[in-house]
Design a protein around this ligand. Structure first.
Ligand code: ZN
Ligand code: ZN
Ligand code: ZN
Length: 206
């Protein structure tokens, strides 16, 4: 192993409400799969920034690492988000369209999180569903959890990053739940674009 490299290993997150709360933004998770647990709201990548440079399809969220920088007040909280194209053809030959990374960081004193460490115990009550909107009101795509400026033309409530994920959600069930959403009901958003099952959590690694 090269000097200065630390490895983390993914471990399965506890199923159900007993573990899901640790994967929410307020717990500053490192995790593989699922939807990104965004750290801050400023500077999030838009749909155009998340398209593969080769096939122009939306890249999928792969993992995030909580990696604060000690001694850097502006990076007291710092999370790296890795996105990648799902098409194997886009990696042959290796080129500029490989997995790409977004960095999100905040000072200790910020408008979103307490200055104190997050609680070690789960909050009372059922685990909240993944957020459909940011605190600013900006909608998140029902499929991938990235910014979703496009909405379903029928119910006007389901948000998407682009036509690909709108079509995918329609096929996976929004076709049936669209009327319910318009009436105030609705189904849970889709989980994972990589079909990896439940989200997993990896130990922080430097
Ligand atoms: Zn691609
Ligand atoms: Zn999307
Ligand atoms: Zn709809």
């Amino acid at each position: 192993m090269a000097p200065g490299v630390e490895l983390g290993f993914a471990a399965a997150a506890a199923e159900g409400p007993g573990g899901a709360w640790r994967l929410r933004s307020a717990c500053f998770p490192s995790k593989v799969g699922g939807r990104p647990a965004w750290l801050g709201e400023a500077g999030l990548p838009g749909p155009a920034a998340l398209r593969c440079g080769r096939c122009q399809q939306p890249c999928a969220f792969l993992l995030q690492l909580y990696a604060p920088l000690p001694g850097r007040p502006d990076a007291f909280h710092r999370t790296l988000f890795v996105f990648a194209c799902r098409s194997p053809a886009c990696y042959r030959p290796a080129g500029p369209s490989g997995p790409f990374l977004f960095r999100n960081q905040l000072p200790r004193r910020n408008d979103t999180y307490s200055e104190e460490p997050p609680p070690e115990e789960p909050p009372p009550g059922p685990a909240p569903a993944p957020p459909r909107r940011l605190g600013s009101g900006a909608a998140l795509c029902r499929v991938c959890g990235c910014l979703g400026p496009r909405s379903c033309g029928r119910c006007r409530r389901a948000a998407y990053c682009g036509p690909e994920h709108q079509a995918l959600d329609w096929r996976r069930g929004h076709r049936r739940s669209c009327g319910q959403l318009a009436a105030g009901g609705g189904s849970a958003p889709i989980g994972d674009l990589w079909n990896t099952g439940s989200s997993t959590r990896v130990p922080a690694c430097g």
